[in-house]
Unconditional design. Structure first.
Lengths: 326, 209
């Protein structure tokens, strides 16, 4: 049984924002993450504010400039199958298709995917860990085979989202709305490193809703891929993942963005590896060089040094996919 | 096997406010010992975590129910409507035994609040048969031995039904992909794929449902 809460399903955005302004209120989208968190007592809620009657938050719209506006309630299945997303924003459709399971993708939304809570077993379990306001990150001295090799500090959890690194490779922006107004931020500014605040994963305030995800037009000659390494082909989160979006001309790489999942408390961009590609032909040795660079500086914990090799493999395979797709 | 897993934490109060209501009213005290809210006969308690009246459309029938906001669709289907086809396997979105269709699309009923399923068309395995006559899809599972113990089967059949409604002649890969959110502890996977393909063929030639 879940703990008790009240439930409202407002039919206008202004009503939803008003409901959310009350203390103890939480956003409910597909519920695939939130119900598990409530059941595990990793989060509490007095009131769930369901977004599911808000048609404005659904759907994928092409913009005049060649970009996309994606409503936060768009499901992962819609993203994985949408012809325009598949053709021009390949990293995103591949990442959505690689998440969870078919049923969870039918139900889980993009907004929920970005705002989902960590999967760390200490966070989800009965441990008063740092992220829940305690003073210890139990994974540091404990079972940490799935934890961070970059960006860990007070807490070494990894961000669970598959779509976030893909969106960052596409230079996405996120629009947040609340009764106080709206703001649009780069997706890199959505996520919070533990050194800054280890009790939250995003800057989304309790009274805010992610309303849309905005994608600029992809770079000229864009190709994208997402390589996800996991123990089982379904349900499992990324042990390591690599989202890449490249802009290619006939001979060489004009633009490159590579963002990793499963390695840090936020989607982890590897700018030095990108720099090794720009201006060069995409060849096997170049790919090898960039992949090695992507893993440099990793600081493994007691049980996750294997991730360093997986980073090289994931980046090399994602780039090889892109080379093959040309 | 069908017993709900007992979770000792189920008896924890949710919040200080929730706790105060539970010690101060007898209606809420029932929730502390884990007893589900009484069926439609009892009036809704008027505290702020009380029951709500909803209408669920299941297999073409409308049901008026009083539920708690926290009640999940699987428990309402099984415990209130007697539709025990959908099975509670993991109750955390990791096995598929509870799969139903919502507006024709597959979904885990263990990860769905009943209050969120209002206004939607819910189809369970009980809705596939016509009276005593099982559907062509169910018949194909029987013919192809698409199960062993049968625990996962209602979920498997509903996942297949969801697939065949959108793809009338799926390839083996498409069947595997569509069925990948359903575990089978008995490992009947090969037979399940054959069952789905046979059903696709039968639906085409026979015009059967
Ligand atoms: C077994 C299992 C496997 C999974 N595997 C994966 C996986 O491989 N990869 C992956 O990325 N995810 C995975 N997930 C996580 C989850 O299913 C998805 O991330 C899904 O997209 C979450 O979306 P939702 O709409 O269901 O979110 P919800 O559960 O409704 O919400 C999640 C959180 O985000 C908040 N929220 C939701 N929408 C908004 C919004 N618009 N504005 C502000 N806050 C919001 C909620 O308050 C809540 O805290 C898995 C989940 C399960 C149960
Ligand atoms: S019981 Fe719902 S997925 Fe296992
Ligand atoms: S038939 Fe036994 S679990 Fe699938």
């Amino acid at each position: 049984m879940l703990p008790r809460f009240t439930h409202v399903q407002p039919t206008s955005i202004s009503d939803a924002l008003r409901e959310l302004a009350a203390p103890g209120a939480r956003v409910l989208a597909g519920g695939t993450d939130l119900l598990g968190c409530l059941r595990d007592r990793a989060v509490t809620a007095d009131k769930l504010v369901s977004l599911n009657a808000l048609a404005e938050l659904r759907g994928i719209r092409e913009q005049g400039d060649g970009g996309l506006r994606i409503g936060a309630l768009t499901t992962l299945t819609e993203l994985a199958t949408h012809p325009v997303v598949r053709a021009r924003f390949g990293a995103l459709s591949a990442a959505a298709a690689a998440a969870a399971s078919p049923q969870l993708r039918n139900q889980g939304t993009l907004g929920g995917n970005l705002c989902q809570r960590p999967r760390c077993w200490y966070f989800r379990g009965d441990f008063p860990c740092a992220r829940k306001g305690g003073d210890t990150c139990f994974a540091k001295e404990g079972e940490n085979q799935l934890h961070a090799v970059f960006g860990g500090d007070v807490c070494v959890m990894v961000h669970p989202s598959d779509t976030a690194p893909a969106l960052q490779s596409l230079d996405a922006k996120v629009r947040l709305i609340s009764a106080r107004g709206s703001r649009t931020i780069g997706i890199d500014a959505l996520f919070v490193l533990p050194a800054k605040d280890h009790t939250r994963e995003t800057v989304v305030e309790a009274d805010e809703i992610v309303s849309d995800i905005l994608l600029p037009p992809p770079p000229a000659g864009a190709v994208g891929a997402y390589r996800k390494i996991r123990a089982r082909g379904v349900w499992d989160f990324a042990i390591v993942g690599a989202a890449v979006t490249l802009g290619l001309d006939k001979k060489s790489v004009r633009q490159a963005r590579i963002v990793l999942s499963g390695v840090a408390p936020v989607p982890w961009r590897v700018a030095e590896a990108e720099r090794l590609l720009v201006g060069h032909e995409l060849s096997a040795p170049r790919i090898e060089q960039a992949a090695t660079q992507a893993s440099s500086g990793a600081a493994p914990l007691s049980a996750n040094a294997y991730k360093v090799m997986l980073i090289r493999g994931a980046v090399a395979e994602a780039l090889s996919d892109v080379m093959g797709a040309r | 096997m069908t017993d709900r897993k007992k979770d000792p934490r189920d008896q924890q109060p949710v919040s200080r406010r929730g706790f105060l209501t539970t010690v101060s009213t007898s209606a809420a005290a029932a929730a502390v010992v884990g007893v589900a809210a009484p069926a439609a006969a009892a009036p809704a308690p008027r505290d702020d975590t009380g029951t709500v009246a909803i209408v669920l459309r299941v297999n073409g029938r409308r049901h008026r129910l009083l539920v708690e906001p926290r009640d999940r669709l699987i428990s309402v289907l099984r415990e209130r409507l007697g539709l025990t086809g959908a099975k509670p396997g993991c109750e955390r979105g990791e096995c598929g035994a509870c799969t139903v269709l919502l507006d024709g699309v597959t979904r885990y009923s263990c990860m769905t609040l009943a209050v969120e399923a209002q206004e939607r068309e819910i189809t369970t395995i009980e809705g596939l048969a016509q009276g005593e006559e099982v559907s062509a899809l169910q018949q194909a599972f029987i013919a192809e031995d698409g199960y062993q113990c049968g625990f996962c089967t209602p979920g498997q059949v509903m996942a297949a039904e969801g697939l065949l409604r959108t793809n009338t002649s799926p390839t083996v890969d498409a069947v595997r992909a569509a069925m990948s959110g359903n575990l089978c502890r008995c490992g009947a996977y090969g037979h399940i794929v054959k069952s789905v393909q046979q059903a696709a063929a039968a639906r085409k030639t026979g015009g059967a449902k």
